[in-house]
Design a protein around this ligand. Sequence first.
Ligand code: UD1
Length: 420
Amino acid sequence: MDKLIIEGGRPLKGEVEIAGSKNAVLPVLAATLLTDKPCTIRRVPKLRDSMTMIKLLRSLGKKIEMTGNDVVVESKGPLSHVAEYKLVSTMRGSFCVLGPLLAKLGKAQVSLPGGCVIGVRPVDLHLKGLHALGAQISMENGYVITKARTLRGTSVYLGGVFGSSVLATANVLMAATLAKGQTVIESAACEPEIENLCHFLQAMGAKIDGVGSHRLVINGVRQLHGAEIHVIPDRIEAGTYILLAAATHSDIRIKGANYAHLWALVDKLKQAGVDVIQQGNVIKVKNPRTIKPVGVTTYPYPGFPTDLQAQFMALMAVTPGISIITERVYPDRFIHVAELNRMGADIQREGPNAIVQGKRPLFGAPVMASDLRASAGLVIAGLAAKGRTEIHRMYHLERGYENLDNKLLALGARIHREKE
Ligand code: UD1
């Protein structure tokens, strides 16, 4: 296991290129289970999570070649309908093989998922949607077991207590592409990653209307064919580098991101006095001398992403003044508060709110990475802090940031890995 060592407190400079989106590539890879024909997926990020999904597809019977960032998925025989605990438990994204396996094979047995330690993460909406399509569902020994001789189109509302669900939408959408008749998903997630999945499914021959909206209408087809897709740029990786530039008062050019996916962050930063501007395919962060504290509340897309909350908190921790950060997607996602406080931050949690009394500077400290995005918040804090920060369990970062240490080194950060 590696730890990441950062000598912080110096501005960075240069250009960083954004990889393909982790949250887009996982359901796209799962969608290849819907066809026996070859599929090509381009701009696949080299991440622990993408590799886990590739391993899972191999274990289900797919043949997969990866060349650079291109992945070709082919069939090499009959598919297995069992997605094992040891792979699914390491990553929640792998649960979205459930819908495709059920639609393709008429049965699926998928372990209940794992993933980040960010609070209770139920799968009731996934099951509600598949049940509405006609699946029989039971639970046995930590596995979800689903069967359906025929899936039939229907109308289903997928809104939950915290709004729409990204992966439940992906699961039900994928199952509906091969169902008999028309399915309407009301309160569907409209995240860009779901839009990317819809475009891939359409390229495979699926009939989907309302792409990018909260209402998806799917007319089932008998079979899907092979297709090719480019994975969209990772908006969370891009947002992390933008926040890192703001927190360290750096001049960073962010290449290859989609500005249109970042409006909630850009708008918040504008209120804080930080201009984030687009020049061709490059995003530039124009840093003022002083940044104002601003509060933020997370919501499903197009609201402020929960996956940037920890990184935004790190920025506010080094911004003099008070800001309130409210979590409306995962009310318990505050595991990073204690670690930021170890670095000298002054943050108090009250229910779904964190009250940040920002100040400069923070001081380097040994801290523990606990989940993927919380760890990214610690990297930002470490780069902005004076002195040496050690981030233990850096494998969390490798789940979602391609080549993070080398990208930061190229920007002039003093950063290296050491064995624990
Ligand atoms: C996806 C992302 C994750 C991101 C999250 C919210 C992937 C691989 N992961 O996770 O990075 O943080 O969206 O943007 O794409 N919920 C239920 N019942 C369900 C499903 C979800 O109550 O059946 C709740 C969750 O507990 C949470 C909220 O709905 O409070 C949103 O979760 P959801 O959108 O499902 O997150 P994921 O799709 O798992």
